[in-house]
Design a protein around this ligand. Sequence first.
Ligand code: ATP
Ligand code: MG
Length: 451
Amino acid sequence: MARSFTGARPLPLPHRAQRFAIVGWNFLVVYLRYKRVQKNKKLTPEERARAYSREHQRNAERIYRTAARLEGLLIKTCQFISSRADVAPPEYVAVLSRLQDQVPTRPFAQIEDQIERELGRRPDELFATFSRKPVASASLAQVHRATTHEGRDVAVKVQYPGIERTVETDLQNLSLLVRLLARIEKNYDFRWLMDEVCKYTPRELDFVMEGQSAERVAKDLRHRSDIHIPAVLWEYTARRVLVTDFVKGIKISDIPRLLEAGIDPNQVALIMTEAYCEQILVHGFFHADPHPGNLLVLPGPRVVFIDFGLSKDLPEGFRVNYARLTMAIMQQDDQGMADAFRALGFRTKSDDPQSLIALGRSFFEAAGPEAKPYVDADVMPEVNERLSRILTENPVTAIPPDILMIFRVIGLMSGLQKRLDSTVSMFDTIGPYAREQAEKHGRLPAGEAAG
Ligand SMILES: Nc1ncnc2c1ncn2[C@@H]1O[C@H](COP(=O)(O)OP(=O)(O)OP(=O)(O)O)[C@@H](O)[C@H]1O
Ligand SMILES: [Mg+2]
């Protein structure tokens, strides 16, 4: 009997196999198209660049159509790719960004029924006004604007009916793929990652938990007048419906509109960076999904966080050791990096610390010679090459699952910093938060056990 991740029954096997086959087929088409350009020896460098750009466009469109049709985790994956403006080809960013908040929507009748099932009454009874046309839609839900009988302007997030089964099916398929890969290729064992994904994805389907997470972060950051988290209206909230105050903000990646409103994108980047430093390093509880569809900007500027479906609670020891690792990376302290990685639970095949040091160094090497606040795509091939050479000799054998959401945030933040053309100094911004936490908890004894 297959393991259930979301508590929902997966789609029947033929549907499950069909999803698997559709994804596999599209993957193959995309792969072969790139291979054809790569193998064509007659192309000049300019022709090759043009051919790649053309394929990026065609492939991105194909992936978009597949994700819009299949929904579920595929949309989540596309959101991640589209958020990596720092490393992903611009064609992918442009095409797949539509899946951040403009996923094809469900008919209104389905939404009405879902609200009635969850809250016991239909939207036209519950609210004074209710827009039939959604204002936005993403991977799990679509959002309608409404007014309560008290005149409050609200966003009603309604979970797509049946999405639980789709997500369950995708988790089963992905899990199978990861297990197969681990068996065939010992160096590609992502089972640790799968465990974390299977733990957190079902939580995204529980909007009561999402509301609680939003309130927790709002409380932690309440002293910051430049950060806003819309309040939850609990009387209209259930497992599959979440009602929050409507925010008329500008999407964080919409640079022309930010500039038009007189907002400095660099200031936005700074607030966002500080918000994450405080959430991760100080409170150990954070919003783990900062793709552009989940961040809005108000005049001030004030950065608005929405969608706390994916939130992470770090164990206390892990948070402190992570602060120590950050400090060691910033100070380029090789021994400190290796000690902190080990304290976090990283292990390598042999005791030689070189792999952990290379991993730590890759963080500042990726920023390039100008120490950019995002991954410098020009230096990435060289950094990757060096890192994989060292890791092949002495592979990492254990990665702590708790690091996954931190890596996710770092990746998404890097993409956002690039979009905002940020010049924020990571050293000056992150440094004080990391130093305070690392010093508060004393020096790291060599070989300390995982926190
Ligand atoms: N309070 C709000 N005010 C204004 N717009 C909102 C609000 N809440 C949500 N939205 C809009 O609705 C979209 C979808 O909501 P949300 O991100 O919560 O859904 P989701 O399916 O959980 O998203 P994801 O695919 O990122 O997990 C957001 O991208 C945003 O554009
Ligand atoms: Mg969202």
